[in-house]
Unconditional design. Structure first.
Length: 118
């Protein structure tokens, strides 16, 4: 089992920045990939960014490329999402997720609200 706890959400004006954190505990040694997803009100959850704990490689949704950066602190088992130049359309609940392998994320955090005002 893996437990994920997100923090760092809040209200920010368009053009501003926020950094989300996701602290992992439990069987962290089994994690292969951690990712960030978001779900806006009335919309389906969508992929934002992911980081491979094996290779360190990252990938991003087109909508956030060049603005968001995913990174990891190995010592703290924590993944971050630095969000710059935020837009109102980035408003959503952001979820951290982890998987042990394959394509499905097995573990999810509780979510943190990000609201970007225009």
């Amino acid at each position: 089992q893996v437990q994920l706890v997100e923090s760092g959400g809040g209200l920010v004006q368009a053009g501003g920045s926020l950094r989300l954190s996701c602290a992992a505990s439990g069987r962290t040694f089994s994690i292969s990939t951690m990712g960030w997803f978001r779900q806006a009100h009335g919309k389906e959850r969508e992929f934002v960014a992911a980081n491979s704990w094996y290779t360190g490689s990252t990938n991003y949704a087109d909508s956030v490329k060049g603005r968001f950066t995913i990174s990891r602190d190995n010592a703290k088992n924590t993944v971050y999402l630095q969000m710059n130049n935020l837009k109102p359309e980035d408003t959503a609940v952001y979820y951290c997720a982890a998987r042990f392998g394959g394509n499905e994320y097995q573990y999810w955090g509780q979510g943190t609200q990000v609201t970007v005002s225009s």
